[in-house]
Design a protein. Structure first.
Length: 206
């Protein structure tokens, strides 16, 4: 969504021109079992993630966590009649990292991760009913101090902070084929793959 290096991107990322010439994205598959106790949502999701060459394992796993945390809206917002999927993310600046669309094609939820600029986020707020951002880097607090006033106006925008240590602990679970279990209770996401388990407790900033 920005010509600046995206959060979690490799430092060699060179902006849109370089992006278009980059190596083809790597495809990851995730079988995600969600037990969202907070929202009484229980479902299995077969997901495909296209990881851009500039995207780190950490960012990709935060994208997956963001989708798991918001998946209940497939039921609570769309009544089960909708599509929850990953967008092109870094491969297309005009697409979100994940989204929820109802049966009419209307974008009910737009999910972003990282530290985007304010203008693309505000633009996204005009395209979707709701926009949710998950910041996760060590510098997220500094970013938010500069962005908080700029993002105060949109009423359909929520901003969360995922603790940096938790985000980094997700890295070992990044595999080409993932079998993951996500349990959400009292606002905490417990993500595991049978070998590793990470507790992710987002802090709401807006």
């Amino acid at each position: 969504m920005s010509s600046l290096p995206p959060e979690g991107a490799d430092p060699s990322w060179g902006g849109p021109a370089t992006d278009l010439m980059a190596t083809k994205s790597t495809i990851f598959k995730a079988s995600l079992q969600i037990a969202d106790i907070d929202h009484a949502y229980y479902a299995d999701h077969a997901l495909t993630l296209a990881r851009h060459p500039s995207e780190t394992d950490e960012r990709m796993m935060v994208r997956l966590c963001a989708l798991a945390l918001q998946a209940h809206k497939l039921q609570t917002v769309c009544g089960g009649d909708g599509t929850l999927a990953f967008g092109a993310g870094l491969s297309d600046p005009d697409e979100p990292d994940a989204w929820l669309r109802d049966f009419t094609g209307r974008t009910r939820l737009w999910i972003e991760v990282g530290q985007p600029e304010d203008k693309p986020l505000i633009k996204a707020c005009g395209k979707a009913d709701e926009v949710v951002l998950y910041a996760f880097s060590q510098a997220a607090e500094i970013w938010w101090r500069g962005m908080e006033s700029k993002l105060a106006r949109p009423q359909n925008l929520q901003v969360f902070r995922i603790p940096g240590a938790a985000a980094q602990s997700l890295i070992p679970m990044a595999q080409r084929n993932m079998q993951l279990q996500a349990t959400i209770q009292e606002g905490v996401l417990m993500l595991g793959d049978g070998t590793h388990t990470v507790d992710v407790e987002p802090v709401r900033w807006k």
